[in-house]
Design a binder for this molecule. Structure first.
Ligand code: MV4
Length: 671
């Protein structure tokens, strides 16, 4: 076994690999870019080395730099994680050349699976079922037309060098084939520099079923059952589960056998995944093989009780696999949801900004969270916006679904928009519970899955108002204590007015609408005037900052997070952001906006009005933001120049996000 390994990755997978390595007593070396200097994986590792600027092509993808760190740190092996260099045969080869173990398959196996048509050639020869079609070298249009007519329609034209759904065209009738072929070729050439295509019968409602395989260097190979990854959006997996709904032991054995045959056909060693399309009639067909550990491997770990990274480390160091096929068994059901910083209501646009608040459900035998970020971290535009993987396990699928719905509702994030509401709608959908799942699930049920933005309910407004009043009372109390005359009536917050009932006006902006709540003081709390009527409320905050509220006799616990003018209420699994609005201080607010270089509220950068390093005078517009269908100008707070803009035009940022660095001009010496 290794003494020291380098993890050539970042985020949750780097943290995950470090966790297992440290459990095995292995020293861990991390690498990080400028943007990840304070990242969790850097903190967790035993040592960490800077490898370059934020862009992955200048850091995590620079093989030479990673190898140089491996040699300098004495790492005997490199774990590539997934993505980045994990399926780069050249990197695997470069490791071997330096006498460093690449924790993955032989580079020949990586190369063999790199081309779709070559992969199909090998798999077909190994007896692995292929979709009826043509994947040979003859590419003449007439020949391909004849092949298309032989295969039948609907037909799929796929770019051999393509992947992830890119370069695919469906042809429904023979007369359309010639034009479709020409179009597919053009796209393949421009997209991949290779216009080689393959033809397949088009499966209209397939499921994406993948088999986890493992092989060691002692000739052993086995499978660790299947995962259903059909819930995808634009070829990006969203929800994965194991075992697959409705899978029979017989079909599982046949698919497992085919997957192991595929692994053996390329002399595989290590963790791999064989992806199949499962047709409605129970036929299955090889799609592709991934020569790395997959993002979704935790669901396999949860139902098998195995640690696949431990297996990777043992096998890569020359040990045989810890188990035989006969010793493996499925227990229960696991589901994974990928939590992204993205806005489903804005076509899933990435949402960047600082995680002002992040609280995850408690982990247990039922709930696992693989994350590479924590509260306070920036979610940047540089990398994949996945915040965490939320994995649940229970004894059966319905129990696991219930577990996941609760855990998603308890997953609190403020500072970026996330897809947790969307994920909750997916797993709550009757079609999901019924197992009516195939690769078209999200498109088919799309309307019911995207959370719609609705005005704040009286309950949300009451929680925001209560939190505001508790804050004002606490601030007044601390002011009174700090003053020389603590008992002065001016410190009294009871809203005292001569001959009038004691109350405050609370002004909010909600979904671009102004909302005013009156808060009347009462001996036991506040009587709120809400859009739907009056409500007597009271409450207090616990040490964790949670709000324990009594709303007209209903006792609840909610989270209310303030950041600047924004107030976010997290209640019943939903997050609702309001903006505190003081109509009498518009000038001040504008001045405040002019002085700050942070986003005044969530919005989109629509224009950058200055150049880095060029002198500007106080008040010169620097950035134009669009928010709530209004334009907001971020202006120069004083004479000086912009040192750096942090976000490009088009970026969607959250309230409080630092937008630029500004260098003030030195004040001329006072006479
Ligand atoms: C197919 C198919 C239907 N019939 N091949 C999409 C990307 C690549 N993994 C292969 N893909 C497909 N190949 C035939 N003959 C449907 C898809 C497909 C798909 C496959 C798996 C998971 C999600 C998908 C989403 C759209 C299309």
């Amino acid at each position: 076994m290794f003494n020291t390994i380098l993890i050539a990755n970042r985020g949750e997978i780097a943290c995950r690999v470090i966790r297992t390595a440290q459990r095995l007593g292995i020293r861990t070396v991390a690498v990080y870019s400028d943007a990840d200097a304070g990242a969790l994986h850097v903190t967790l590792a035993d040592e960490a080395h800077h490898i370059g600027p934020a862009p992955a092509r200048e850091s995590y993808l620079v093989a030479e730099r990673i190898l140089e760190v491996a040699i300098r740190s004495g790492a005997e092996a490199v774990h590539p994680g997934y993505g980045f260099l994990s399926e780069n045969a050249g990197f695997a080869e470069a490791c071997a050349d330096k006498g460093i173990v690449f924790i993955g398959p032989p580079c020949a196996a990586i190369r063999a699976m790199g081309s779709k048509s070559a992969a199909k050639e090998i798999m077909g020869a190994a007896g692995v079922p292929l979709v009826p079609g043509y994947h040979g070298h003859e590419q003449g249009a007439e020949f391909l037309q004849a092949e298309a007519d032989r295969i039948g329609y609907p037909l799929l034209i796929k770019a051999s060098a393509g992947g992830g759904g890119k370069g695919m065209r469906v042809v429904v009738r023979s007369a359309d084939f010639t034009d479709a072929l020409a179009g597919a070729r053009r796209e393949a050439m421009s997209g991949f520099g290779d216009d080689h295509v393959l033809l397949e019968r088009y499966l209209t409602k397939p499921r994406h079923i993948e088999i986890q395989v493992f092989a060691d260097s002692h000739g052993n190979a086995l499978h660790i059952f299947e995962r259903d990854c059909s819930i995808q959006r634009r070829h990006q997996k969203v929800v994965e589960e194991a075992p697959a709904f409705g899978m029979t032991p017989q079909l599982r054995a046949k698919m497992g056998e085919a997957a192991v045959a595929a692994a053996r056909a390329i002399g595989y060693v290590g963790a791999g995944t064989v992806e199949f399309l499962l047709d409605e009639d129970g036929s299955f067909y090889f799609m592709e093989m991934n020569t790395r550990l997959q993002v979704e491997h935790p669901v396999t770990e949860m139902i098998s009780g195995l640690d696949l990274v431990e297996w990777q480390l043992r096998v890569a160091s020359g040990e045989p696999m810890p188990c035989t096929q006969e010793q493996l068994a499925i227990s229960g059901h696991a589901i994974e949801a990928r939590i992204y910083a993205e806005d489903p209501s804005r076509e899933f646009l990435p949402s960047i900004g600082r995680l002002r608040h992040m609280r995850t459900p408690g982990e247990s035998a039922h709930v696992r969270i693989d994350s590479g970020v924590r509260q306070g971290d920036e979610v940047s535009i540089n990398y994949d916006p996945m915040i965490a993987k939320l994995i649940v396990w229970d004894t059966d699928r319905n129990a696991a679904i219930r577990r996941l719905r609760t855990a998603l509702a308890d997953f609190e994030v403020v500072g970026v928009t996330t897809n947790t509401g969307f994920l909750g709608n997916v797993v709550a959908h009757p079609a999901f519970s019924a197992g009516a799942i195939d690769t078209g699930f999200i498109e088919r049920h799309r309307d019911g899955l995207i959370p719609e933005s609705v005005p704040a309910s009286d309950r949300i407004l009451a929680l925001a108002a209560l939190d505001l009043m508790l804050t004002r009372s606490a601030e007044a109390e601390s002011r009174a204590k700090a003053s020389h005359d603590p008992h002065s009536p001016w410190h009294h917050t009871g809203g005292w007015r001569l001959n009038y009932d004691n109350y405050h006006f609370l002004h909010f902006i909600d979904e671009e609408q102004a909302v005013t709540i009156t808060a009347h003081y009462r001996p036991t709390g506040f009587l709120l005037g809400l859009p739907g009527g009056s409500m007597l409320v009271r409450g207090d905050r616990d040490n964790a900052g949670d709000l324990h509220a009594d709303l007209a006799g209903t006792r609840i616990k909610a989270t209310v997070i303030r950041s600047g003018a924004a107030i976010t209420v997290l209640d019943q699994g939903k997050s609702h952001q309001l903006v505190i609005h003081n109509p009498h201080a518009v000038g001040e607010q504008d001045d405040a906006a002019a002085g700050r270089l942070t986003a005044p509220m969530p919005g989109k950068i629509v224009a950058v009005m200055a150049e880095v390093g060029v002198r500007v005078e106080r008040g010169t517009p620097l950035i134009i933001m669009e928010a709530m269908k209004m334009e907001h100008t971020i202006s120069a707070p004083c004479d000086g120049s912009v040192a750096a803009f942090h976000y490009p035009v088009g970026a969607v940022v959250n309230e409080g996000t630092e937008l630029l660095d500004f260098t003030a001009e030195a004040e001329p010496p006072q006479p």
